[in-house]
Design a protein around this ligand. Structure first.
Ligand code: SF4
Ligand code: SF4
Length: 162
């Protein structure tokens, strides 16, 4: 008798399992085929990165230092040089994401909307150095055309400048 009861219990459990499978086959999927497909949650705050200008393909930073000054974690740094037209050209921009609190203040103060939170949510590394991001890396290397400076006046043998 027990064998028959166990048989029907097992059979019912099989039917119930198949029922659940069939029911969920017709519902929209809640999972993605990661990493082929990735989530893009609109309010996700990933590591800070540069916005790419759709027209020029370049970044929008004008090296004004506003983000550097406001950053509460002091984790941003930049270098800029002046070109022949006295325009500041950004030559280096780094963010130490070991220290960044993702507070978004740098994004808010940027006058050119050059910064954004990236969608990078699965970054992993063996060293803290790998979390110091060079924001200029995805962009063409900056070319700084320097002002041609005349050589300073040389002192004449008599002691006065030539
Ligand atoms: S998000 Fe906040 S902590 Fe991170 S770099 Fe910007 S200002 Fe600094
Ligand atoms: S605030 Fe914006 S424009 Fe100014 S240095 Fe920072 S990223 Fe560049």
């Amino acid at each position: 008798m027990n064998t028959i009861i166990n048989f029907f219990k097992g059979f019912w459990s099989l039917v119930a399992g198949i029922g659940v499978t069939i029911r969920y086959s017709f519902k929209p999927r809640v999972t993605l085929e990661y990493p082929k497909k990735r989530l893009t949650p609109p309010r996700f705050k990933g590591p800070i990165s540069f916005v790419r200008d759709e027209k020029t393909g370049d970044h929008l930073c004008i090296s004004c230092n506003a983000c550097i000054k406001i950053c509460p974690s002091a984790c941003m740094s930049l270098k800029a040089e002046r070109d022949a037209n006295n325009k500041r050209i950004l030559t280096d921009f780094k963010v130490n994401h070991n220290l960044c609190s993702l507070c978004s203040l740098c994004i808010q103060v940027c006058p050119t909307d050059a910064l954004e939170h990236s969608m990078n949510y699965d970054e992993a590394a063996y060293s803290q150095k790998d979390f110091i991001h060079d924001l200029l890396e995805p962009f063409p290397k900056p070319v700084v055309t320097k002002i041609k400076t005349e050589s300073p006046p040389q002192p004449s043998p008599g002691g006065t400048a030539a």
